[in-house]
Design a protein around this ligand. Structure first.
Ligand SMILES: [Zn+2]
Length: 95
């Protein structure tokens, strides 16, 4: 009698597990991405987006050709850095 009860219980547990997995598969069929549970509020969205903004880079004047260049960088137009020529500028060919 006890063995039969245990058998029945084990079968029942297997049945529950199988139905659970089948229900899970049916529910998540075709849904490959994780989705958020709740909608983000307007304030939270605005607070997040307030962090990202376009910032202009700090630009200084070249002491050789007075073109604009980035600080602590070689001048892209004449190739000067720290009072001396690092790379000679390429001469543009006339088309
Ligand atoms: Zn320059």
């Amino acid at each position: 009698m006890i063995i039969k009860k245990i058998q029945f219980l084990s079968h029942f547990l297997v049945f529950i597990a199988l139905t659970g997995t089948i229900c899970y598969i049916l529910q998540h069929r075709g849904n490959k991405m994780a989705t958020p549970k709740k909608k983000r509020s307007l304030e939270r969205r605005r607070r997040r987006r307030a962090q990202s903004k376009v910032v202009l880079p700090n630009v200084v004047k070249c002491e050789n050709c007075s073109n604009s260049r980035l600080p602590h960088h070689m001048c892209p137009s004449c190739g000067w850095y720290d009072g001396r020529c690092i790379i000679a500028p390429k001469e543009k060919k006339a088309a």
